[in-house]
Design a protein around this ligand. Structure first.
Ligand SMILES: [Zn+2]
Length: 92
């Protein structure tokens, strides 16, 4: 039955090393191991997959927003200070 905690005969806790202190139970997704001596808790997926694989990551997603038709990316280049020296009455 799901949720029933049972002691595992002969099992040794990986943390405190005590024997017969581990109890195990499971739900629909995971099987759990718990040590009643040191409160060690471990969970293992029943389907063998890692929890990390289920996490949604944005690492591989394109970070740039797509441009709408007619739009373009403009790169702003500030004018150099010397560019404003010319007067309107330029001589030839
Ligand atoms: Zn323990």
């Amino acid at each position: 039955m799901n949720g029933v905690k049972r002691f595992v005969a002969g099992a040794v806790c990986p943390r405190c090393g005590e024997q017969d202190k581990l109890r195990t139970w499971r739900d629909e997704v995971k099987e759990y191991r718990e040590c009643v001596q040191c409160q060690y808790l471990d969970a293992m997926r029943l389907d063998g997959r890692n929890d990390a694989e289920e996490l949604v990551t944005r690492v591989n997603q394109d970070r740039q927003a797509p441009l709408a038709p007619g739009e373009q990316v403009l790169t702003f280049v500030p004018m150099k200070p010397s560019a404003g020296k010319k007067s309107n009455g330029a001589t030839d």
